[in-house]
Design a protein around this ligand. Structure first.
Ligand SMILES: [Zn+2]
Length: 239
């Protein structure tokens, strides 16, 4: 048993035993981290709300056999501003949900951590760009090794007439390679998606309202296809 330091962004928490709470974080060096905050359900003030989702915190942990116990929490970045805006909270919730779904325990996750941090910071500091979550989804897929192929046909490699998107083929298809279930893309949408996938989250291209909604639909279904489940945080927008 020993004391160790770590840091991470809080992904979620859930009740544990009578009075404790499990707090799940994404650590840049150690991936998904499951920790216990003891007694927080009786005395909520102990960690002063620092273990709420989205908070980037520094931790002192007491190593346990199964779960490490949090003994100290220091706030690194609270992302205060985004919490006051429901649309931003939904966007941040989607980012956190995807990170939670793809992160592994005890595995370096620096790229995923930096993507999540960048996404939350962009939400916190500015307006909500309608394509931010779409770009985040495409980038997260890339980081976990299932990047959507957007600049050439996923079937034959040709770079033009990319008019279909196949979730099972992992990207766009040309007319010759199109399969029965492939989704028809409007002209220009392929390029729009490729631009989003290639842009920094804090410097996304100008919004094209005619593409935004459809681009989100494609990116979301693509990620859901690979995760083999629906994204709960986006389901609230469907209702
Ligand atoms: Zn083709």
């Amino acid at each position: 048993m020993a004391i160790r330091h770590d840091q991470g962004i809080v992904l979620r928490g859930y009740p544990f035993g009578e009075a404790d709470r499990v707090v799940v974080l994404l650590s840049p060096n150690n991936g998904k981290l499951r920790t216990v905050a003891k007694g927080v359900r009786k005395t909520k003030s102990r960690f002063g709300g620092r273990l709420e989702p989205f908070s980037h915190v520094d931790l002192v942990l007491y190593e346990g056999r199964n779960l490490d116990t949090i003994t100290q929490v220091t706030m690194i970045e609270p992302f205060h501003h985004l919490r006051g805006d429901l649309d931003k909270v939904v966007a941040a919730g989607t980012m956190v949900e995807v990170a939670d779904a793809v992160a592994q325990e005890e595995e370096s996750s620096i790229r995923l951590f930096l993507l999540l941090q960048r996404g939350l910071r962009t939400l916190d500091l500015g307006g909500l760009h309608p394509d931010l979550v779409t770009a985040y989804l495409l980038k997260a897929a890339d980081i976990v090794g299932v990047a959507a192929q957007l600049d050439q046909c996923a079937g034959c490699g040709r770079p033009d007439e990319l008019t279909r998107f196949s979730f099972s083929a992992g990207g766009v298809l040309c007319e010759r390679c199109r399969t029965a279930g492939a989704y028809a893309l409007r002209p220009g949408l392929t390029h729009y998606l490729a631009q989003l996938a290639g842009s920094d989250l804090g410097a996304l291209p100008n919004v094209d309202d005619s593409f935004s909604r459809e681009a989100m639909g494609v990116a979301r279904r693509f990620v859901e296809y690979h995760l083999e489940r629906k994204l709960q945080s986006l389901a609230v927008l469907d209702g």
